[in-house]
Design a protein around this ligand. Structure first.
Ligand SMILES: [Zn+2]
Ligand SMILES: [Zn+2]
Length: 143
């Protein structure tokens, strides 16, 4: 997808003092180009041919580093493995209940929900999460 997004991400890693190894670079590139919100396992499978010494644990470690500096978001869904999303901008997710596919869509951030919650509860709101569920176009045609 975008070479400039990769450059920008590498720049942010450098600023944060994170060493850029070839594996780290490859994981980042995969995340930026991926539209499937991959699990650590998906990333491992996609890259193991290129990096025979890499383990799933290495992938997890890299993902943790990226998450800590805010480059990516971790999406957790109950018992299923976490999925990872390159953090481009605020967006929401629609999830297929048949195949598990997650698709991004953009909608103005629902800031008013956050301020209402703050007023009603006295919390200091940090973020919110909203998901839409349904059957994706592919699954719809199969049934
Ligand atoms: Zn589906
Ligand atoms: Zn997303």
């Amino acid at each position: 997808m975008s070479e400039s997004m990769l450059q920008e991400a590498v720049g942010r890693l450098k600023e944060s003092g994170v060493r850029i190894t070839p594996q780290r670079h490859a994981v980042l590139e995969y995340l930026i180009n991926s539209e499937i919100h991959p699990t650590a396992d998906d990333i491992y499978k996609a890259l193991e041919g290129k990096f025979p010494n890499m383990s799933v644990a290495t992938v997890y470690n890299n993902l943790r580093v990226f998450r800590e500096i805010g480059l990516i978001r971790e999406l957790t869904y109950g018992d299923a493995s976490s999925r990872f999303d390159y953090n481009t901008s605020n967006h929401y997710h629609i999830i297929c209940t048949t195949c598990g596919k997650i698709v991004d869509f953009h909608y103005p951030t629902l800031d008013e929900v956050e301020s209402l919650a703050e007023q009603v509860t006295g919390f200091e709101v940090s973020h919110h999460r909203m998901e839409i569920y349904g059957t994706c176009a592919d699954c719809k045609t199969k049934h």
